[in-house]
Design a protein around this ligand. Sequence first.
Ligand code: PGA
Length: 253
Amino acid sequence: MTHIKKYLIGNWKMYKTLQESIDFIKELSRLLEKIDTKGLTIGIAPPFVHLSAIANLLEGKQPIQLIAQNCHHEVEGAFTGEVSAHMLAAIGVQGVLIGHSERRIFEKENGVFLAKKITRVLASGMQPLLCCGERLEDRNNGNHEAVVREQLTTTLSSITPDERANVTIAYEPVWAIGTGAVASLTAVKEMHSFIKAMMLEQYGARNIPILYGGSCNPKNAKGIFECPNVAGGLIGSASLAANSFMELVKLLV
Ligand code: PGA
């Protein structure tokens, strides 16, 4: 069996001032000194404005990777208010979240456009983390698999096989994000095995890591992380305090 590396990524969304971010990183670094995190990729995705300061703090020496929450799909240009993949890579960002459901919903991001972002992120030497997940009405109508298939294929069919091989996926049911309504272990198992089978059938891709996200916290994460085909978690609320994030780290090392 091929060993798939584990991942724990904290998505801070639009939370934390610069000082709060610095305090968190210092505290987490101190906590991480006590354990061996080999085999686990730990990432933190702060708001854009804090990336540079946190990169300086980490100096690439800590076992914490710096992740961006988004980037623009063009190389550069007259796009007021936007940030390019190249700019992120140049300050030491190592990965970028692509198509988080909050961006799909509020910014109307769609699949083909997300494929362009993945291309930019990989061309700049960073790791794309493609998010997918159905809404509650899709699940209630029995359309959850079809919706996730559609989200993944519109993006993944628009990039090259080499690019595809370097994508990480995060399955995050929209109804579980920030709601406290975590998916049942049965639903997690079913969806992760569905995505895994789909990736193999459609693209011949065997080893794409699939993370779970959506109200994952130290109380419910053990069962989720132990599910087959779950390569770790994408964590919102429970990543905002160093202690709770650290408890999640401990479940994966
Ligand atoms: P949550 O957010 O853990 O607060 O539900 C997860 C996410 O949006 O990635």
